[in-house]
Design a protein around this ligand. Sequence first.
Ligand SMILES: NC(=O)c1ccc[n+]([C@@H]2O[C@H](COP(=O)([O-])OP(=O)(O)OC[C@H]3O[C@@H](n4cnc5c(N)ncnc54)[C@H](OP(=O)(O)O)[C@@H]3O)[C@@H](O)[C@H]2O)c1
Length: 290
Amino acid sequence: MPARPSSPVNHRIDRVVLTGGSSGIGNALLHALLTLPEPPAICNLSRSAPTVEGAEPPRAVHHLSCDLADEAALAKTLPRLREWTHSADEGGRLLLVNNSGFGGFGPFPEPDAAHNLRMIDLNVRAPVELTAALAGDLEQSGGTVVHIASTAAFQPTPYLGVYGASKAFLLHWGLALAEEWKDRGVRVLTVCPGPTGTRFFEAAGFREAPLGKRGGMTAEKVAAQILRALDGRQPLLTTGVGNRVLSMISGRLPRVWAARASASLLRKLRLERYQEGREESRDDANHPSP
Ligand SMILES: NC(=O)c1ccc[n+]([C@@H]2O[C@H](COP(=O)([O-])OP(=O)(O)OC[C@H]3O[C@@H](n4cnc5c(N)ncnc54)[C@H](OP(=O)(O)O)[C@@H]3O)[C@@H](O)[C@H]2O)c1
C-alpha cells in the first residue's frame, strides 16, 4: 500500500459524494478523506465497491452501485443518493467529486461508436446530471464541486480525440460554473491531472502507460494536491509542476499546431502498439500453443 498523503485540510467538509472511489485517483482521495482528523461521511458511486484499507478506526463508506454511463441506472440511483445526502448530517457542508471516467486510444471510431458514446455519457453527462441533482444542497450548505478533467483538456488530442474533448468540456464548463456559482457560495474546482499511475491506461487501450521517464504522478500525490487546493480559492488545479508548464505552453499554441504536435506524439504511441501487436502475432505463429 503506497504512503498516504498528509491531509492538512482546514476547509471543513462534512459530507462527500464521490464517483469512482473504487480505483486510482478516486480511491486515493477516499483514503485521504478518511484519514482527515474529522473524516466526513462519504457516499461512493461506481460499479464496484471501494476497498477501504487501513483506516484507523475502520470507517464505513456508503456505496451505491451504479453504472454512471447508463442514463436509466443513474436516474434510478438519484433518489437513493438524495436520501443519503439528507440522512448524513443534513446541512453539513457537501463536497461533490465528479471523478469517474475512462478514455479510448485509437483512430476514431475504434473500438466502436458505442464505446465513444459511453465515454461521453460517463465523462460528460453524468457530471452534469449529478451536479444539477445536488445543486440545491450545494448552495444551502456552501459546498464545493470538484471535476476531475485532465491535461488532455488543454489541446486537441488525436487518437484520444473523444476523451480529450470530453475533458475539454469539463474544463470549460467547470471554469464557467465557478464564475456563475461564486455569488451563490458554491466553490467549483476543476482539476487537470497529467499522466498518473492508475488503471486508466489499461482501460483506455494503451499497451503501456505513457508515464514518461519520471513515471508520472502517483494517485496519492494527486489526491494530496486536490485536498490542499480545497483550502484555497483557485478554480483550476493542474497537478504537478511539469504538467503545469506543459499545459501552459500547449494552451497558448494555435489550436491547429497543438493538434499537430499531439498527433505526432500520440501517433508514435499508436505505431508502437501496432508494431508490438504484429510482433506478438508473428511469435504466436512461430510458436503455436500446444
Ligand atoms: N490516470 C491518469 O493518467 C489520468 C490523467 C488525467 C485525468 N484522469 C481522470 O481521472 C479520473 C479517474 O481515473 P483513474 O486514473 O483513477 O482511473 P481508474 O483507476 O481506471 O479509475 C476509474 C474509476 O472510474 C470508475 N468508472 C469507470 N466506469 C464507470 C461507470 N460506467 N460508472 C461508474 N463509475 C465508473 C471506476 O469504477 P468501477 O470500475 O468500479 O465502476 C473507477 O473507480 C478519470 O476521470 C480520468 O479521466 C486520469
